[in-house]
Ligand binder design. Structure first.
Ligand code: UDP
Length: 355
């Protein structure tokens, strides 16, 4: 099986948790590593570096992205030599590459949206909504990590072919340990959509010294980091900056609860990492966490700072419940082990390339 993967705007080799790099980078690198015994994969991304080998059968190919159409045409030149069975585009910018290649040759085309602009509850980018619509209507299959997201897409586009496969987690890297701590943890890019303002508001409401560690760097605008830092002034909040993915497990171990206060979260990879580490998750019920965390691996509430504060206070005071939720989280996370998830993808790739 030969797969062309398009990750136009960010390389799976970029360190996640800052700039443009986040959960998608983790997903791409883990998925194709897990598939490496069965598939040859070329991952095309922007840049002018030499090709890099992620594993014996996985190449990261850097292409000039000054013109997205030229980028797509170069992918097709590779296709002429490699004869890919499937092209899998990740995120809407890569979808534009998919649209261009679709016009020229009919390789089975799968698209993963990662975030869906029309479903975001914040100010929307209308150009992106239009492009995503064209991608949804043109590709052969949409992959979605949650049933909720798949349902919302199908509501708008009833004829779309869509399959739900959740993202995975590295259950060997993220492992349980005893929880004797009382610190809260946030892991992710510093971006307004991640809702750190709500988390700070909730800490202020609690009027007690609950410590919070914030891991991650600013996404696009560096001012976001400065403004959230000053918003958290006088509270016991530490900004630790981005942490290497390989070292993150230590921080989950040292925390008692992961808080994911995002306004929009299509899946919530960090929630799954906390669950694998046997730590409960607090977040909002209208996000992708509803399927990952559910009702038994954390507390999900209706969005506002009072509810968040209540959930935090309740779990901080209730060690036994924390342990129970953490244990259930670990058990649930075992179902998301990457090899099993990759196997599901392989079946989809095989099926679509047969047709
Ligand atoms: N991450 C990391 N180091 C950091 C911050 C985040 O390795 O300093 C990783 C985190 O472990 C997770 C990913 O980045 O795997 C973030 O994924 P998520 O889906 O939660 O958020 P996204 O950034 O994709 O919106």
């Amino acid at each position: 099986m030969k797969i062309a993967v398009i990750s136009f705007h960010t390389s799976p080799l970029d360190p996640p948790g800052t700039g443009k790099s986040g959960g998608m980078n983790i997903c791409i690198s883990h998925l194709y590593r897990s598939l490496s015994r069965f598939c040859h994969t070329d991952i095309f991304t922007c840049g002018n570096k030499k090709p890099k080998r992620l594993a014996p059968s996985i190449n990261v190919v850097y292409l000039d992205c000054g013109d997205i159409n030229n980028f797509a045409d170069t992918v097709l030149e590779y296709h002429n030599k490699q004869r890919y069975d499937v092209i899998h585009t990740h995120y809407w910018l890569s979808g534009i590459v998919g649209l261009r290649t679709r016009k020229k040759v009919k390789i089975p085309w799968i698209h993963s949206l990662h975030t869906v602009e029309m479903l975001k509850g914040v100010k929307k980018d209308h150009l992106r909504i239009k492009v995503e619509e064209e991608i949804i209507k043109s590709c052969d299959l949409i992959m979605s990590p949650t049933y909720k997201e798949a349902f919302s897409i199908r509501e708008k586009y009833p004829h779309v072919r869509i399959i739900t496969i959740p993202h995975g987690v590295d259950i060997q890297r993220f492992t349980p340990s005893l929880d004797g701590h009382s610190k809260l943890l946030y892991v992710g890019r510093i971006d307004p959509i991640k809702g750190l303002d709500l988390l700070i508001d909730s800490l202020r409401l609690l009027k007690r010294d609950i410590k919070l560690d914030i891991i991650g760097g600013p996404s696009k605008d560096k001012n976001n980091l400065e403004s959230i830092k000053s918003y958290a002034e006088n509270l016991p909040v530490k900004f630790l900056g981005p942490v290497k993915h390989e070292e993150l497990n230590r921080y989950y171990k040292e925390a008692s609860i992961l808080v994911v206060p995002s306004y929009y979260e299509s899946f919530g990879l960090v929630a799954l990492e906390a669950m694998a580490s046997a730590r409960p998750v607090i977040g909002f019920e209208d996000t992708g966490l509803a399927e990952t965390v559910g009702a038994d691996a954390g507390i999900l509430v209706k969005r506002n700072e009072q509810n968040l504060a209540q959930a935090i206070s309740y779990l901080i005071e209730n060690k036994e419940l924390r342990h129970r939720l953490g244990e259930t989280g670990r058990k649930k996370a075992l179902n998301f082990e990457w090899n099993g998830i990759a196997w599901k993808y392989l079946r989809v790739y095989e099926k679509i390339s047969e047709n």
